[in-house]
Design a protein around this ligand. Structure first.
Ligand code: ATP
Ligand code: MG
Length: 881
């Protein structure tokens, strides 16, 4: 079976068991403060398990793009060294939301593996949770009883809490699990050592392929467990590992999932995968063919490489790949970006989003590669310096913080630093490095530290009803709240059953406003509204609200209307701007990020050149034209997604859309967008639109900022005031530009005149100095206080005298803007014969003027603070010579 068929067989199998097949959520996690990237199939269904929403079906199956490179699951350092952990992988999963439980999950898993995929039964092992006395959870007898007749007792392994008890987080749903492992070793090895003894022992051919989680408890903040009212199933099977098993290979990289990219790497490098003479070339090919998937799909789903957070994670993965290519495959020039087209072709039917952005993704990677190849060389040089120093001191272990610096500043993964070090006969302080890393992690954890209490439930509610499209205030109930300690102070997080508050989403800021707790007559001010999964969380910084919140009956939730109006204008203007940009710059313009509040709208988009003044003006004109047309908003809710796309609505990559979407249309031939934001009833309300900046964010991504309405007026007024001030200063000329030009011309010609006058003065001075020359047998001396226009003139004077007087020694003193200056000149032949040094002499003389200076042996200068000392400084010079 090809990998395509294997994936399809999984989906078909569960469709036949009445599962709804859904698309993968984007790789980049949205609206979940605990996750940067989706790291398991269930991540997109969290809300259903938490009871914050209702799934579209009680049985669902899919393949989910997962990334395990940060947080709880981080497999990065293993990738390439082993043959079955990836950064990005597909997790095949089937779910029951309060529907079937262990019996069906177990028997279907077995049926699929052994009857559809025809995996050998005598090579499969399963594990069952053994129970945990301390935690008060019993042995999973139910799973044992179900597995026993299927696999036989001797193929069941008991597993502890670490391997066989799954928890969503510190709190929330949890339960025992059963893992399925497969033994793929050759027959001879199996005869020697039993597979059972190798399960969970990091053997590359005895690996876990499927994990079946049975959610039946809920963990509370105090650590106790309560049974869940409804039980769920959550399973996850590694697609690439499954392909290895079905295709009877001994490594994931030998399957057709990775062979395409490996073959391209072979051609590009001229090396052969599997050549035992070059084990590191093999590792490099695995690393690269793995990492390109993570990097390409992350960028596709909207996560560009950058300097912090999720963006930095992606940048590090990319750098790791480039580094391996550079060291072991001889790639001195960018190569990584060339693999994008291979992937986009391979996945065009499964994850078509890559195909449609192929050119953009490749360009972003290319730019990143170019810039890393520049630091890479400096990093290698830095490592050379470190090792040279150590050789000198007869040290052989590179210190932990040096290793950390290399990884942090130059993007050198620690294993590579270790390797290069080893080649040079050194080792690295791994423990010291881990300490430095832990220290950094601690710092970043402290930065993010938030401590939340359990939700305090006040009222049963089935999700939240958002009424903010139609109402600015609503009567509501508080359904739950909690207290959160953050770095900036304590917060209350309040959830309502219905709310007019828009929660930050799709680039639009959250609303602010008040909750009026009617019965108490008390007002709670809301400073922000955020989405947490599907919850709308109203954030208040008010103190001591517990009693008031608990006793509130029907409350009134009111948003800050004036602020919301401005936000609406900025949001609608963003839509008009995007359409205008597509007209002016081309249809390749895709949204790469957006942020808008009541003051400004910011928009990032894919485009490879600076947007010229001319183009900006055209876009601005077009937007304002559409504002003046006063187009009525055509808002359509609950449109089936496919219908919306068929009609030509633009969707943003990396955004997750439900089955039903909302359309925001300002003239169907002009602006037709999928959008959940709030908008003006007609474009005239925006008033006016004005760009305030255009620039680059990263390779291939530009950013514009603009303002609308009152803000735009204020901005224009400010500019007008500046202009008026300038006019005033210039005595209100009729032609302002001409007046400023004249001013500049006048300044230039005056500067020229001054320079000529100064030169004349120096020439006259020079002539008189030559007349006063003191002739000595071996040298000609001038020591004199002179009147020159600048400190620079002393140098000019000395150099010009040198050209006319042989064996010259010249010492000058002068005062420039009230400050004393000295210079000493000694003809070079005298310097050479006598060893006299102008620099040393000027330092000595400068003591008289309370200053210091220096220069070369033949010419040096000094400045000071006491002009009365000039005469004695010159006297000293006379004595000296
Ligand atoms: P392992 O112990 O092998 O790291 P795990 O216990 O972390 O696996 P789960 O979290 O249970 O794995 O994930 C479910 C399935 O996803 C696993 O059975 C495995 O097939 C697959 N899987 C997990 N991590 C990876 C990875 N880094 N690369 C590829 N597949 C993976
Ligand atoms: Mg793992």
């Amino acid at each position: 079976m090809t990998s395509h068929q294997i994936r399809q067989a999984f989906l078909d199998f569960f469709r036949s068991k009445e599962h709804l097949i859904v698309p993968s959520a984007p790789l980049v996690a949205k609206n979940d403060p605990t996750l940067m990237f989706n790291n398991s199939g269930m991540a997109q269904f969290k809300d259903f398990f938490l009871g914050n929403g209702t799934p579209p079906s009680r049985r669902i199956a899919d393949t989910q793009k997962c990334l395990r490179v940060s947080g709880k699951h981080n497999d990065l350092e293993d990738v390439g060294f082993d043959t079955y952990h990836h950064t990005m992988f597909e997790m095949l999963g089937n779910w029951s939301f309060g529907d079937y439980f262990k019996k069906e999950a177990i028997s279907w898993a077995w049926e699929l593996l052994t009857e559809v995929y025809k995996l050998p039964k005598d090579r499969l092992y399963v594990s069952v949770f053994e129970g945990d006395v301390k935690d008060g959870v019993p042995f999973d007898q139910e799973a044992w009883d179900l597995w026993k007749p299927i696999v036989g007792e001797d193929r069941i392994i008991l597993g502890n809490k670490k391997d066989n008890f799954w928890e969503m987080g510190d709190t929330g749903p949890c339960g025992p699990c059963s893992e399925i492992h497969i033994d793929l070793r050759p027959v001879a090895d199996v005869a020697e050592v039993s597979g059972k003894s190798l399960v969970n022992n990091d053997h590359p051919q005895v690996v876990e392929i499927w994990n079946l989680v049975f959610m039946q408890f809920e963990r509370k903040a105090d650590g106790s467990l309560n049974p869940l009212p409804a039980t769920h199933v959550d399973t996850g099977m590694g697609f690439e590992r499954l392909c290895m098993a079905v295709q009877a290979k001994i490594s994931n990289y030998d399957t057709d999932v990775f062979q395409n990219t490996i073959q391209v790497l072979e051609t590009l490098s001229g090396k052969k995968y599997g050549d035992s003479n070059e084990p590191f070339a093999d590792i490099a090919m695995r690393v690269i063919s793995d990492h390109i998937r993570a990097v390409a799909f992350a960028i596709t789903d909207g996560q560009l490489p950058s300097n912090n957070k999720a963006g930095y994670v992606i940048r590090r993965i990319l750098r790791r790949a480039v580094r391996y290519g550079y060291s072991y495959l001889g790639f001195q020039e960018p190569f990584f970006y060339k693999l994008v087209s291979v992937l986009s072709e391979q996945f065009k039917d499964v994850f078509p989003e890559l195909k449609s952005q192929e050119e953009f993704v490749a360009k972003v990677i290319l730019e990143e590669e170019k810039s890393f190849l520049r630091t890479l060389e400096s990093g290698l040089k830095r490592l050379d310096v470190i090792t040279a120093f150590m050789k000198e001191k007869a040290l052989n272990t590179i210190a932990g913080d040096e290793v950390f610096e290399l990884s942090d500043t130059f993007g050198f993964p620690v294993d590579l630093t270790a390797l290069i070090a080893r080649e040079k006969g050194f080792q690295i302080d791994e423990v010291g490095f881990q300490d430095a890393l832990a220290e950094q992690k601690k710092r970043s954890r402290q930065d993010a530290a938030k401590e939340a209490t359990d939700w305090i439930e006040l009222r049963e509610a089935d999700g939240v009803e958002f009424l903010g499209y139609d109402f600015e205030e609503t009567h509501s109930h508080i359904t739950k709240y909690r207290k959160v300690k953050t770095k900036t102070g304590d917060e209350y997080h309040i959830v309502l059953d219905r709310t007019p508050f828009y929660a930050e989403m799709g680039g639009q800021v959250g609303d602010t406003g008040v909750l009026v707790l009617n019965e108490e007559g008390k007002t709670v001010s809301i400073v922000d509204t955020k989405k947490e999964n599907d919850l709308f969380v109203h954030i208040s910084k008010d103190k001591n609200l517990d009693d008031a919140l608990q006793n509130a009956g029907i409350i009134t939730a009111k948003i800050d209307i004036a602020r919301r109006e401005k936000i609406k204008s900025n949001h609608s203007a963003t839509h008009l701007m995007l359409s205008s940009m597509r007209e002016v710059l081309g249809t390749h313009i895709g949204q790469k990020g957006s942020y808008l509040n009541d003051e400004v709208l910011r928009f990032d988009f894919s485009h490879f050149a600076k947007v010229s003044e001319e183009e900006l003006k055209k876009i601005e004109d077009r937007v304002n034209e559409k504002i003046r047309e006063d187009i009525l908003l055509d808002e359509r809710r609950n449109v089936p997604i496919q219908q919306a796309l068929d009609q030509g609505a633009t969707a943003t990559f990396g955004e997750k859309y439900g089955d039903f979407v909302r359309l925001i249309i300002f003239d169907p031939t002009f602006s037709f967008e999928l959008c959940g934001g709030t908008h003006v009833p007609s474009t005239g309300k925006i008033g006016v639109f004005k760009f305030i900046s255009e620039g680059s964010v990263s390779a291939g991504v530009r950013r514009v900022e603009a303002v609308t309405g009152e803000k735009a007026l204020l901005l224009m007024r400010e500019q007008e005031e500046t202009l008026n001030k300038i006019k005033d200063l210039l005595k209100n000329p009729t032609d302002l530009i001409k007046a400023v030009e004249n001013l500049i011309d006048e300044k230039t010609s005056l500067q020229k005149k001054i320079a000529a006058l100064e030169n004349e003065k120096i020439q006259a001075l020079k002539a008189s100095l030559i007349e006063d020359l003191e002739e000595h047998s071996t040298f000609n001396l001038i020591v004199k206080q002179v009147d020159v226009p600048s400190a620079e003139s002393l140098k000019q004077l000395s150099y010009e005298l040198r050209d006319q007087v042989e064996n010259l020694i010249a010492v000058f003193g002068t005062e420039i803007a009230g400050k004393p200056q000295l210079s000493v000149f000694i003809a070079e032949n005298i310097v050479q014969e006598t060893g006299l040094n102008a620099g040393k002499i000027v330092k000595e003389l400068a003591k008289e003027i309370r200053g210091g200076g220096g220069g070369q042996p033949f010419f040096a200068t000094a400045g000071g603070s006491d002009s009365t000392g000039l005469e004695s400084a010159l006297e000293k010079a006379r004595e000296l010579f």
